[in-house]
Design a binder for this molecule. Sequence first.
Ligand code: GCB
Length: 626
Amino acid sequence: METLSGVLAIVRREFRTGLLVFACLCCGLAAHGQQPLRTLLVGVDRRPDVSLDGDWHYLVEQPPFGNLYRSDGRVRDDGYARNTHPNISSGPHNAEYDFATAPTLKVPGDWNTQDPTLFRFEGVVWYERDFDFQPRANTRTFLHIGAANYRSFVWVNQKRICEHEGGFTPFDCEATSALHPGSNFVVIAVDSTRHEDDIPSVNYDWFDYGGLTRDVSLVTVPMQFIDDYDVHLKREPSFSAVDSKTLTGYIHVEGSGAGTPVTLRIPGTGVDAQLTTDAEGRAEFEVKAAKLNLWSPESPNLYPVEVTAAGDRITDEIGFRDIRVDGTRILLNGNPIFLEGVNAHAEAPYRTGRVCTDEDVKNIFAFLKDLHANFVRLAHYPHDERMERMADRQGIMIWSEIPLWQRISFDKPDVYAKASAMLNEMIRRDRNKASVILWSVSNETPNNPVRTEFLTRLAGEARRLDGTRLITSALNSAHMKDGAMVLDDPLADALDVVGVNEYVGWYVGRPEDADNMHWVLPQKPVIFSEFGAEAKFGNHGAKDKRWTEEQQANVLEHQFVMLGKIPQLRGVTPWVLMDFRSPGRNIPGLQDGFNRKGLLSEKGEKKQAFRLVQKVYAEHAVGKAD
Ligand code: GCB
């Protein structure tokens, strides 16, 4: 019952422009059993919904997960999905499970930090929840899942309504025909098992938090409804502040053909436009605002954007700004900018676990503001949508990335299809967020022709999906040549902004080696997207003693000397804001299961490195916008 409008709309558009790439991708998706992009209700957090957050009963399955997969790998509908109850005191033997008497987990939330027996568990957890529902005539109801890591299978009242692959992007399952008046139930099996051909693949340096890690809700909409929209400042060949008043984009009405009236109102700008959908349910527009205050970190102006169509209505909060590259400069609203930032994993401050609450996001932004950061690289996957909302309001610019980390199966078409689906889902969710300035297609991939072709194609797809932002990737392929560090990775040709990761002073050489290190880099804006060292908070000693706060600060100090000499440097994001769990980090007493390159401990304690970076940013001591 999934609606394929999103994917079909894109395919039609691509056909119109003669680009068949995405259509081929869809064939690939079907042929390999990979689920194509679902109707993703854009701006779902701006709609009234029935929240299904809260306590869900759960059952744990161990390999071979016989209630979920048949021996041939197909999904079973006759296992735990049925949610039957055992005959305990009488009747024939029927079932050996019972959600009704099972313990509960909080949703949203990973299972690892809620049940100590599940701390290291990677496998299948079954979730169940009862809910009351009264269907309304002439409406459709979707089960919206903000993210579930990694594979999900969803049944409502025993009817399988969808599957999804990918741990960090939202999906919507149409539940309309499965729902009935009164008491209903939903069962979701989430499988966090790692596989070679997943994205990420089997190895990665963060914790595999499993489960329904983001909000779950039921969203009821009219038969025809606004599923997608894109409202942005028109990108002219060159930016002019006085002329920057034209807004353009589209509104898509799912279930509609040609001729559906759509209104677009943006109070405070004078925009009040009457539009009409085309045969594909799409109303493209170009409107002139009488007045428009652009979004920037100094003035994060957001406007209420009201869209109405076919009895459906949504009001989003959107900022308008122009981001572009000019030679080796990055221009925001025509002004050169320098990105003073930091990397952040979605590790919840103080409590650990995956970020999923308003409180978590508030805590992270308090750290960013304290650091005087104007930028954050959300590593290494799309984070909770609350992060972008907060960044929009607080004026922090964002690098957003799909979880394509180091080695994945670049040679397989179905893996390309997965990467493409994740990219589509990420862009669709956040294209109306002014804070997002960079889409990253990957992190630290091996420099070889197969990967370069894969990622060049993906970068092209990102650019076609969203021509208003900059495309990047974090590269770690620089090498020593004739006494200089040379980055001659051909993937840089496909990027607008080049990310460089390096760990001089920690994995490579001594901290002071950085001082005279000369870099030969592409003539594009460059962000040093990772550098740093590990230190355990409270561990003090000489600055050349590993694992001390002094040594970590010393590494960064020498890094800043080196970075200050790179002419095309337009941003820095030390690795990483906070210590984060990673199962491969096992030095007792120092790491204890955490990557300790945080400027802060996982409890929010400031290491010396935090104060150093804070000072550098407060004084704008490193890097130039021009
Ligand atoms: C990297 C990776 C990042 C790791 C980091 C480290 O290069 O991009 O995911 O966590 O190094 O600490 O080794």
